[in-house]
Each structure stands twice: as C-alpha cells, then as structure tokens.
Design a protein around this ligand. Structure first.
Ligand code: UDP
Length: 495
C-alpha cells in the first residue's frame, strides 16, 4: 500500500470538505465516478480517489492535470491482491479480464481491499465517502467513522425505479403472458418478462449481492446520480416518494468536466489499434455533417462471430457511412465471418471505419459528422449520445440496459428500438441474433430523411440544450451539486 500523500490535511478542524471516492474498476462505473470526483474538486472539495495500481494508469494523467490547475485532487493507490485471489498480475479491471472465470476472483480481490481502506479512512477521517454500489460494506466503514456515505451506481433513475417496482409488485408472478406492465411508474412501461434481469425475477447467485446493494443504499445518506432533472424528473420524484431515497442529480458529468478535446480524448484512455485519434478525426473531417453512424457497444460487450457477421452485412447494405468499434477479443474471430473483402472495401471507399479495441467515444460522438448512435444502452453511452444531440438505435443486452432503452424509445422518444427480447447475463452470448435486414432497416430509418428520424433529431437536440443548461451556473445539476456540498459542510460543522 502506498503511503498517504503529504498533501492530504489531517484532522477535522479545517473547514475544508474532504471526500474519498471509491470506484469499481469497470469503465462504465469508473469513468463517471472519476468525472464526478473532478467536479467536486473543481468546486473546492479536497478529493482523494482510491484506486489500484493497474487502474491508476487510465486516469493519472487527467488527475495530474487537474492538480496542476490548482484543484485538490489526487489518487491513493492500493496494491491489488492478485496472488491471493489467483489472478495474473495486471488483471484489475473488468474490461481487461480474458475469461469469464476471472470475474469472481476479481470481485473477491476488491473485497480484500476492505481492511486497507478501513485503515486508510480511520487515519485520514474524510468527511464523506462516495462508494460504488458493489461495495455495500463501505456503509459499515462510514458508520463506524460517523461520516455520510453516498451511494453511486452510474445508472439511470428509471432503471432503479423499475428494479424497485419489480421487487415490490412482482408483476411477473401474476402475468398471463410474457408481457408485464411495471405498475406505479410515472409512465406506462411495458416489458417482456424475458427482458428483465434474471436476478430480479428469480433468486440466483447474484440476488443476495443485489439485496445487499439495495439495503446499503437505503441506509446510506443518499445517492449521487449521473443524470439531470430535465431528463428524468418524474423518476427523481418516484425516488423520493416511493423509494424513500435522497438523491442528487449532478449530471451529465461527462459533459460538465470534459469540455476540450484533450479531456475528451484522454478520458480513461486505453490504447486502440490506431493509437492516435487523428486518423479517426481525419476520416470524420472528410464526411458531411450528420452523415456518420457510430456503432459502439460499450466496454464489456462481446459478440459471437455469427452476430458480428450480421452487423457487418447490415451496415454495408444500409449504404450509410459508419464507425464500428469491435472489442479486442472479437477481432480474433471477425476475419473469418466478415463478408468477403469487407474491411478492404470499407477502407478503400472510406465508407466504414472499424476501430479494434478502445475508441475515443466522446470525441467521435461530438464530431459534427456524426449523426446517429447505435448503442447497447449503457447509461454513460446514452448520456453521451444525448449530450451530442444524437438520435439512437437501441440494442440492449445485459445489466439495466433494457430499462434504459425504455427511457430512450418510450419516454423521451429519441431512439428507435431493434426489438431485442432477451436479457442476458454479462459475458453470455444468449441465443438471440439480430439479423442483417433488421440492422439495415434501423440504420436507414435513423440516418435517412424521413419524418420519424427528423422528429427524434429535434427532440434529442432539445434534450442536448437542456443538458447544457443543467450544468451551467443556475442550472439544475449545478444547483444540486452546490446544495449537496453545502449540506455536507454543514454536517461536518455539526459533527
Ligand atoms: N467507452 C469508450 N470507448 C470504447 C468503449 C467505451 O470511451 O471503446 C466509454 C464510453 O464513452 C462510456 C463508457 O466507456 O463512457 C461505457 O459505459 P456504458 O455505461 O456506456 O457501458 P458499459 O461499458 O458499462 O457497458
């Protein structure tokens, strides 16, 4: 364990608010929490991010830059107990595991950090801890210290409301068909039972962990939400009235803290085959405004070869330019399944740009040439799509993504659904394959000049404006953040 940096002030006399952030090492959780930590630092809070050595490299540059700019922000680096849990050195992030068998030991290793973290918190005595959802035990640590814990999921309000509704009402138990209406939610949300997370409708290995997560959230001081009032106000209300949760929407954090190109490009930078962004930017610069579809399935999705083949055919047949991100492990399979000469044709004609590995997603989405987003409905991706004013094609797969899809297609109506029916556990291929004709049809609809697409574009551009206003001075998220900071300061003084 590294020694505690000198710069952290000790003791509780100072009126300086100090907050520790403890992210889960998976890009979809870590990226927004780091953005949030930077946000607090920019508002004068003394911030420490607890992170393991292997993950620090993704963020250190950006944290150092914030520190040099005068903000009180630093990482506190812990050694990941690789040997103890039988993992090879360097496997410390869900994005870097090479087999599903590594998921459980990785989680166990993170659990072993409890002792060193407890020790650290007792030594430093911060004023608050912001903890990822998957560390419910941080509540006990916070309670022992008598400090507030803020829970962080990096998910939407609607997904948490839907999970709550399923737990309370169990609509699947009385359903006469595969279709359920989620009772009591602000909108009429109809879903297939097969789209609901398995742990929420049956008791399996994951259920006890999720129960512990929900219990810790109910007993925490509150929830820090990466969302904004204008997007999810009805569900914010449901949080308060039906779930009894105190929450602060302070998003979209990615929009708020990543204003310039360097920040967008360096956010959680993982090398991609192309190494540098300039090749992608040059390609985008050669395209007309709003003409390119960005196809990205987040940081964890792996598709079987059969699905990759259908996507390739569908994209080519659509006739629209695209950027498609293929994860590293998929690249081993893709060559055998792509249509003959696909890559060469796409490159030669400049019709398609295939990124193998990690894409600078924010840079691409924010480029004027990008006009649509085919997304797996990860919450960060949805927010980033909205921030860029892009209509979406929704292709949910696992976790809470089917609930997010409903917000996009049924509530704010800025996307067209591919009609996926099957929720799958992360890492499992499932049985459902989206056919090339369906991909082609959805791309033509979204990127074409029909009325439906024009209306979606109009609505999402209004949401984009609302997101920008939310993070400006006087905006809803900015006000919530300052209210929270002031409340935590008052609490510190009282204690
Ligand atoms: N991301 C990226 N490049 C990639 C894949 C993902 O920058 O090649 C970022 C993306 O911008 C988002 C996050 O990783 O901020 C993924 O989070 P999301 O909630 O969308 O999906 P998850 O990866 O958790 O399924």
């Amino acid at each position: 364990i590294c020694s505690i940096p000198q710069k952290i002030t000790m003791g509780s006399e100072s009126d300086q608010l100090r907050i520790f952030f403890f992210p889960l090492p998976a890009p979809g959780h870590m990226i927004p929490m780091i953005d949030e930590a930077r946000l607090f630092a920019k508002r004068g809070v003394d911030v420490t991010i607890i992170i393991t050595q292997g993950n620090a490299s993704f963020i250190q540059k950006i944290i150092d830059r914030e520190f040099e700019a005068g903000h009180k922000i630093r990482t506190h680096i812990l050694q990941f107990p690789s040997a103890q849990v039988g993992l090879p050195d360097g496997i410390e992030n869900y994005n870097t595991i090479t087999s599903m068998n590594m998921g459980v030991p990785l989680f166990q290793g993170l659990g072993l950090l409890q002792k060193p973290i407890e020790q650290l918190l007792h030594e430093i005595r911060p004023d608050c801890i912001v903890s990822d959802m998957f560390y419910p035990w941080t509540l006990d640590v916070a309670n022992k210290l008598g400090i507030p814990r803020l829970g962080f999921r990096g998910m939407s309000h609607i997904s948490m409301c839907a999970e709550h509704c399923i737990k309370i009402h169990e609509p699947h138990k009385s359903a006469e068909s595969n279709v359920v209406l989620l009772p009591g939610l602000p909108h009429k949300i109809k879903m297939l039972i097969s789209q609901l997370p398995d742990w929420s409708i049956t008791t399996n290995d994951f259920t006890p962990l999720m129960d512990a997560v929900v219990d810790s959230e109910q007993r925490s001081y509150g929830m820090l939400m990466n969302s904004f009032h204008e997007l999810e106000n009805d569900y914010e209300q449901y949080f308060k009235t039906s779930m009894g949760l105190k929450a602060w929407s302070v998003g979209p954090v990615s929009l708020w803290v990543n204003r310039d190109f360097t920040h967008k490009a360096e956010r959680h930078k993982i090398a991609c085959e192309y190494g540098e962004e300039h090749e992608i930017i040059d390609w985008l610069d050669s395209k007309q405004d709003n003409s390119v579809l960005y196809v990205g399935f987040g940081s964890l999705t792996m598709f079987p070869a059969t699905q990759l083949k259908e996507i390739a055919h569908g994209l080519e047949a659509s006739g629209h330019p695209f950027i498609w991100v293929i994860r590293k492990k998929e690249t081993d399979e893709y060559k055998q399944v792509f249509p003959k000469g696909f890559e060469e044709r796409m490159r030669g004609s400049k019709r398609g740009f295939i990124i193998k590995g990690w894409a600078p997603q924010m840079v691409i989405l924010d480029h004027p040439a990008t006009g649509g987003f085919l997304t797996h409905c990860g919450w960060n991706s949805i927010l980033e799509g909205i921030n860029a004013g892009l209509p979406m094609i929704t292709w949910p797969l696992f976790a809470e993504q089917f609930f997010n899809e409903k917000l996009v297609t049924d509530v704010v109506r800025v996307g067209v659904s591919l009609g996926l029916k099957e929720w799958r556990q992360w890492g499992y291929e499932g049985t459902e394959v989206v056919k090339r004709q369906e991909v082609e049809k959805a791309v033509r609809l979204l990127m074409g000049d029909g009325e439906e697409a024009a209306e979606m574009r109009k609505r999402v551009s209004e949401l984009k404006d609302a997101a920008n206003k939310a993070v400006e001075i006087g905006g809803s998220s900015q006000t919530n953040l300052m209210d929270l900071i002031n409340e935590l300061k008052a609490l510190k003084i009282r204690n």
